[in-house]
Write a protein that binds this ligand. Sequence first.
Ligand SMILES: *[C@@H]1O[C@H](CO)[C@@H](O)[C@H](O)[C@H]1NC(C)=O
Ligand SMILES: *[C@@H]1O[C@H](CO)[C@@H](O)[C@H](O)[C@H]1NC(C)=O
Ligand SMILES: *[C@@H]1O[C@H](CO)[C@@H](O)[C@H](O)[C@H]1NC(C)=O
Length: 311
Amino acid sequence: LVSCHIAAELVYKYGNLSEGVCKPGYAAAKMTAIYPKFMKPAPMFLDRNFKRLAKVRNYLPPFGFKTQERIIDSILTATKNYGLGEVLDSLGCKRCIIVGNGGILANKSLGSRIDDYDIVVRLNEAPVTGFGKDVGTKTTMRITYPEGAIQKPERYEKDSLFVFSAFKPLDFKWLRQMVFKEKLRGTEGFWKSVAHYVPREPTEMRILNPYFIQEAAFQFIGLPLNNGLMGKGNIPTLGTVAITMALHTCDEVVVAGFGYDMNMPHAPLHYYETVKMSAIKESWTHNISKEKEFLRKLVKANIITDLTNGI
Ligand SMILES: *[C@@H]1O[C@H](CO)[C@@H](O)[C@H](O)[C@H]1NC(C)=O
Ligand SMILES: *[C@@H]1O[C@H](CO)[C@@H](O)[C@H](O)[C@H]1NC(C)=O
Ligand SMILES: *[C@@H]1O[C@H](CO)[C@@H](O)[C@H](O)[C@H]1NC(C)=O
């Protein structure tokens, strides 16, 4: 009943959508209509009170931070900042875009539209330099895990937040070494080479709330709980984690560069390299088809807008 009421109210308020006007509370209200348990309050980044976050404190990474409390405490003491910054935190209505890395972004000249959003979220090592016309030049934050982080220090853009998303306990150890600019040791547990140095000040670094991984996996996509432990096919991709974060943080959520067309095996997988779609491997950790079902549901219900129509 509550969700029906909210939906009716939205039709009344937003029945006549006008382009470009930010609609406060739009994404969360629409989301609640479909997922009644969706609750907007969830801090984007961990702050000094993180141990009070009931939903994540009893789960191990990636679904929570159990066993990593001490290391997180020391990292947060150094980063000293836990928000988006004064200007963005005080915006009454936030329009956000999550830019995926898909080849579908190439040659569509969406750059200036992407740069128009209040918050531009990019993922892992997807470059901006040289691709501005198609992907824009603004980066509010770049969400990354150790294996996905930009490795060449000169390729980091200025003025963006380095947002860390942990998938395994080892990842926090890596982050501590990056924050404190220590010599990297203990890299055996990574599945590919990782950055040795992140040229950002601790105050420009954040830890993404692991709740978004947990919620995406178990409440939205419906991946196997596996006693709350990482297991076969129960880890959401970073793109879906970023969308889940945005649904909590932003009033409007738009995406671009998401989705693969498996009927086009020769199309490029990413907009910035020539690797083809056919190179995609069966993943042990993700369940791409189940995830796609979830993202389709969001697009169909107009909860998110997909600028490149790949979902
Ligand atoms: C929708 O907005 C336009 C432009 O402001 C206005 O002319 C029109 O009457 C509105 N329609 C409804 C149904 O409110
Ligand atoms: C984009 O355009 C360039 C130049 O016309 C072309 O070489 C390239 O193959 C195009 N990429 C895609 C993904 O269509
Ligand atoms: C993905 O989910 C479907 C449906 O639950 C299941 O049949 C399939 O085995 C899963 N794939 C992986 C890689 O876990």
